[in-house]
Design a protein around this ligand. Sequence first.
Ligand SMILES: Cc1ncc(COP(=O)(O)O)c(C=O)c1O
Length: 382
Amino acid sequence: MTLFDVYPLNNITITSAKGSYVWDQDGVQYLDMYGGHAVISIGHTHPHWVKRIEDQLEKIAFYSNSVVIPIQKELAAKLGRLSGKEDYQLFLCNSGAEANENALKLASFYNGRKKIIAFKKSFHGRTSLAVAATDNPAIVAPVNETDHVIFLPFNDEAALKACFAKMGKEISSVIIEGIQGVGGINIANDSFLELIRTLCDEHGAVYIADSVQCGYGRSGKFFAHDFAGVNADIYTMAKGMGNGFPVAGILIAPKIQPKHGMLGTTFGGNQLACAAALAVLEVMEEEKLIENAKVNGEYLIEKLKAVEGLKNVRGRGLMIGFDLSDELKELKKKLLFDFKVFTGEAKPNVIRLLPSLAISRKQIDEFLFSLGEAIAELREKA
Ligand SMILES: Cc1ncc(COP(=O)(O)O)c(C=O)c1O
């Protein structure tokens, strides 16, 4: 049997990892400024995370949501405290797309409506409704096409107001990333998020904060949406939540009431996933990783702004992007193959940095040194 060939691969096999480094099968070390696609929050194979998963594995890995699972309540309490959303309710699932799918569905159950407002350059996942709310026709199959989703320009307050004025009674939800990731590191303006809050309140719509990539401390606050100082009705989370163990969830405001059977999943909230998620929060708290993301993120952004050839350096915390001029278009490849540094990208010319929240100042300096050398070599060739 062959693998279904959907991923354009770098010809590298990673066999071990620790903190912000990974190693290939020949023992070559790479600095991970990509965090395995924004997933590695507390650092690869953190010893507390490994131990908590091992200990749980010895007891029980899985039993279905037909019985009481106390570790789910433990996770909800800790998550409520660290995120500052203690009065919210937690529903656990398995991936970012599933979290958004559940959020959009729950909003529609809540207000009985069908229309969704999403934004240009958004990415919300690949399942049916999540992909329909994603601004990329290339990944929307004919069966996923729907006229329920309205795409508006990002950060365009006038367009949002006009849309609500025209069809406010039909809008079920507004879904927005606090910082667009796949779209190229675009920060939602605080005033735009405030306006979403106001308009949703006025018209009975649900404000969904897609925090799958920008959440879980990455921005220097627990949720990037928190910068606006208003609460969303639903927060969706995945990536950093398990530090690589598949676990996801949604935080649901108290006004949205549950009913038995309304949502459900076989694997969501299993004991092993909850142990991994708890370990992540414990390390985040113990090692003050949100503060680390803020401080080291500011440092990195500042330094990047001084690097010649990088344009429009932007981001919050450790979710950072910059544009590349034509002469530097091979920078990502050069960093990976010649300098052994993983970075992310966004089409057509954006480099995305999404390292572990535990990255050290020394590792950031190491990255900046490699970046400087790589740019110099590319310029010499140009
Ligand atoms: C903002 C955002 N939402 C949703 C998703 C989908 O998450 P998953 O790949 O876990 O389904 C992603 C993945 O990149 C994302 O960046």
